[in-house]
Design a protein around this ligand. Structure first.
Ligand SMILES: NC(=O)c1ccc[n+]([C@@H]2O[C@H](COP(=O)([O-])OP(=O)(O)OC[C@H]3O[C@@H](n4cnc5c(N)ncnc54)[C@H](O)[C@@H]3O)[C@@H](O)[C@H]2O)c1
Length: 414
């Protein structure tokens, strides 16, 4: 879905027209002339099955006339790295649980990396990625495109400073049932909070640069189990941050097909002196036609803009985060910028690690609460974050002693 669609379309436009035309959308237009002569070439696409690799290659040929090499297999990124030893950038859009091996392989071979969110699923993996990207002086950009949504840019740069100190907030992202039942073969290896809640945890971190201090989480399994899929339908997590703000994240991937939009999403923040509401699903654009029901669309995410020659340019905040990542890479490769100097302009692995801390802790807490709720013991488990790492707090184990009640799942500072 995402690699063959948003990434590939973006790379097709880069191959046709370069990056300069896209820079103004991410505030980097002053670099337009510096980057004007840089050429991009998608040299290979790599997927698990031969059929999807060939499909991606055919699509790319339709868009650009060029034919990237189609590679496939269980670890197709290894073939890419072997076949193209001077590769500059590896883009990773494998399933959530399979980002790390490709990211690490790319870094080890000296490639900058753009990876889909969440960066990875565990802190052990996050530390390996952060350490290696620093050691090798390479960009690892996490595709957190919600940062580039025009409404969110306005909130970050303007509204968040006007509504006072943040008190509490909520964020919702509800995905279609189709995603968990047919698009993904891997729903059991992720969950709705890791998969899409990670967008929001990153956005709140981006707004306030505030780290988590504690969380509680629960999940439900009632719908997917009907289809024989042993995965969570929905997960809710409440995360408390070190600026005193508490945010409730609600995610599912069981929204029926009849829903009016591709996904349901939005967030709210209440501050000491005001409030902001941002509905990302219904932005005032709705249409209906015979047989199609009533629909909404998010034209900010990606949209086609007709060129005079009849082809279409692809723009939107879905593209912008990839532009920002590649701008950082170009700055380093062609203009000698340091990794630190470009860190401001894209979601870094150090920032991606904060979200990984939240989603990893939420999985532990959610699983224990799921078990205890079934046993009639309530959802009493929580997690604490701090300089001493991540501690799971489980009052139901009080008879086993302090060590059992306060168990560490990670022992470095967050
Ligand atoms: N930024 C966003 O808004 C957004 C939206 C959708 C998905 N994503 C992320 O993109 C990633 C991919 O999601 P998707 O929706 O495209 O999933 P998908 O299942 O449609 O695609 C996964 C791709 O990985 C390949 N793959 C699967 N198993 C593999 C293996 N063992 N080895 C090598 N390749 C393998 C598949 O061939 C396929 O091309 C996920 O991490 C997801 O969270 C991000």
């Amino acid at each position: 879905m995402f690699g063959g669609d948003v990434h590939a379309r973006t790379y097709a436009d880069l191959q046709k027209a370069g990056i300069s035309g896209m820079l103004g959308r991410v505030g980097l237009d002053a670099w337009g002339r510096d980057f004007a002569d840089i050429k991009f070439e998608l040299v290979a696409v790599a997927t698990r099955s031969e059929a999807s690799a060939q499909r991606a290659r055919t699509n790319f040929k339709e868009w650009t006339g060029a034919e990237p090499k189609a590679l496939f297999g269980e670890t197709p990124w290894v073939s890419v790295l072997n076949d193209f030893p001077d590769l500059d950038v590896l883009a990773v859009a494998t399933p959530d649980h399979l980002h790390t091996p490709a990211v690490i392989a790319g870094l080890e071979r000296g490639c900058h990396v753009i990876t889909e969110k969440p960066m990875c699923l565990s802190m052990e993996e996050a530390d390996r990625i952060v350490d290696l990207s620093r050691e090798r002086n390479l960009v690892v950009a996490v595709d957190m495109h919600k940062r580039y949504d025009p409404d969110h840019l306005r909130i970050k740069d303007d509204i968040s400073t006007r509504i006072g100190e943040p008190l509490y907030g909520s964020a919702i992202l509800e995905e279609p049932l189709e995603v968990s039942t047919s698009t993904f073969q891997w729903a059991t290896q992720s969950d709705p909070f890791s998969y899409v809640g990670s967008h929001w945890t990153d956005l709140f971190y981006h707004y306030y640069k505030s780290k988590p201090v504690s969380l509680s989480a629960v999940g439900q399994k009632k719908r997917l189990i009907r289809d024989g899929i042993d995965a969570f339908d929905a997960v809710q997590a409440r995360v408390d941050f070190d600026n005193g703000m508490s945010v409730y994240f609600q995610n599912n991937w069981v929204t029926p097909d009849d829903f009016e939009g591709p996904v349901n999403q939005g967030h709210e923040i209440v501050g000491t002196d005001g409030k902001v509401e941002s509905d990302q699903q219904y932005r005032g654009f709705r249409y209906w036609a015979q047989g199609g029901g009533s629909r909404t669309a998010n034209n900010h995410f990606t949209r086609d803009v007709r060129r005079p020659d009849g082809s279409s340019a692809y723009v939107g905040y879905g593209v912008d985060s990839i532009t920002a990542a590649l701008a950082a890479v170009c700055r380093m490769k062609f203009l000698g910028a340091s990794r630190e100097a470009v860190a401001e302009i894209y979601p870094t692995p150090e920032e991606g690690r904060i979200t990984v801390a939240i989603i990893e802790a939420a999985r532990y807490v959610r699983d224990l609460n799921f078990k205890y709720l079934k046993e009639g013991k309530g959802a009493v488990v929580s997690a604490r974050f701090g300089a001493d790492g991540i501690t799971i707090v489980d009052p139901n184990r009080f008879e086993e002693g302090r060590e059992a009640v306060f168990s560490k799942i990670y022992d470095r500072a967050i």
